[in-house]
Design a protein around this ligand. Structure first.
Ligand code: SF4
Length: 376
């Protein structure tokens, strides 16, 4: 079973920190959906699908008609599991009553980022904190029982108090899932230019680490399972009784972390079949023109053992379960254990069964540890 990712690269406006491929050419939305359907029909194989994820960009910028057309085509072309997880990323200000009528969406991922109006304006987010509260009310009334909320920390001048307010606000909304990331200054973004021009400054690294540490403690106390470096899923009563992982883990994203093949559709989308990966051109107009002329606009790259090893370090090691050492060939497992030894000695990595995983201490330094374990 594979996961299907559909990239919807439209945004009503651009946020200053964003490094994802998206465009404000909203007039091309319907033509793009036509191209996505054509891309599906040009695909040679249509494996069974267990999860569908509409990401962006802003999928909630598509009209209901376009979404219905897209989902109808997906279900026509791929055998989709009856209990498939179907996630749609939405901006809080796009949420309206009954927007998912006749659509198979059963999970919504929403970028709140912060509940502070000044920080929202700094980021050029379009929504307000109040709109996130309202979006939750609408989604719950519409029967969405699985909501994921994105948060960010480490804004310029942000204090620990500010961050704790954001965490508490998020918890009051009772999302089933929370993803939290430190603010990144990605090259090429307006935020990066502001940093270079001295208009903003990065927060102190130690404060950023303590913010992350506080997040882990507070969400664990509130009954969330910290199942991946940046991701937390609520443990239901049954999960707790049965001592099993949270039922609200993102099944789609978990497949990336556990080396399961996935199919990506749309401009800039990546696919992986277990041996090679390919990605579509990251240019909306080129993508549409090439698909309309019957070509698949992909660049392909075979994955050799060394690349596969590095991919596992940056994916599987992010998870609570960690990396299954038995899946590596002897030279790579020996290499991994030798590189890991200093961190095993410092209790930053541990081995449970045949899985190497980060400890609570190690998770705070995960970037350094992963880079030391890499092969290339
Ligand atoms: S953060 Fe989301 S809404 Fe903002 S520009 Fe990027 S993709 Fe669009």
């Amino acid at each position: 079973m594979a996961g299907l990712y559909v990239h919807i690269p439209f945004c009503a406006s651009r946020c200053i920190y964003c490094g994802f491929y998206s465009t404000t050419l909203l007039e091309l939305r319907s033509r793009y959906v036509d191209a996505l359907c054509r891309e599906m029909s040009l695909q040679k194989t249509h494996p069974p699908i267990e999860t569908i994820y509409l990401g962006g960009g802003t999928p909630s910028q598509l009209s209901h008609d376009d979404l219905l057309r897209l989902f109808t085509y997906i279900y026509k072309v791929y055998p989709v599991a009856t209990d498939a997880e179907v996630t749609m990323e939405c901006n809080p200000d796009d949420i309206s009553p009954s927007m998912f009528r006749d659509l198979p969406v059963n999970r919504v991922s929403m970028g709140a980022q912060t509940f502070d109006e000044n920080r929202l304006r700094l980021l050029h987010r379009r929504h307000t904190a109040e709109e996130v509260n309202r979006a939750f009310d609408i989604l719950r009334a519409d029967g969405i029982r699985n909501i994921s909320l994105d948060l960010m920390f480490g804004f310029p001048n942000e204090t620990m108090d500010d961050w704790q307010h954001d965490i508490e606000h998020a918890l009051r909304l009772q999302p089933e899932h929370i993803s939290a990331y430190g603010l990144m200054y990605e090259e090429g973004t307006p935020l990066y230019r502001m940093l270079e021009q001295g208009k903003v400054s990065e927060i102190d690294e130690e404060l950023s680490i303590s913010m992350y540490d506080t997040l882990i403690d507070r969400l664990s106390k509130a009954g969330y399972e910290h199942y991946e470096i940046s991701n937390f899923a609520k443990l239901s009563v049954d999960d707790k009784v049965l001592h099993r992982p949270s039922s609200f883990r993102s099944r789609h994203n978990s497949s990336y972390w556990h080396d399961i093949p996935y199919i990506g559709l749309g401009a800039a989308a990546h696919s992986y079949d277990g041996h090679s990966r390919h990605w579509a051109v990251a240019d909306l107009k080129q993508y549409i023109t090439r698909i309309e002329s019957g070509q698949l606009p992909y660049t392909e790259e075979p994955i050799d053992e060394s690349t596969h090893y590095d991919d596992l370090i940056t994916t599987a090691l992010r998870t609570r379960e960690g990396l299954d050492i038995d899946r590596l060939s002897p030279p790579y497992s020996s290499y991994l254990l030798a590189q890991a030894q200093p961190y095993l000695d410092k209790n930053m990595l541990a081995i449970t069964g045949h899985h190497l995983h980060l400890t609570r201490q190690g998770i705070l330094l995960s970037n350094t540890i992963m880079s030391d374990l890499m092969h290339v």
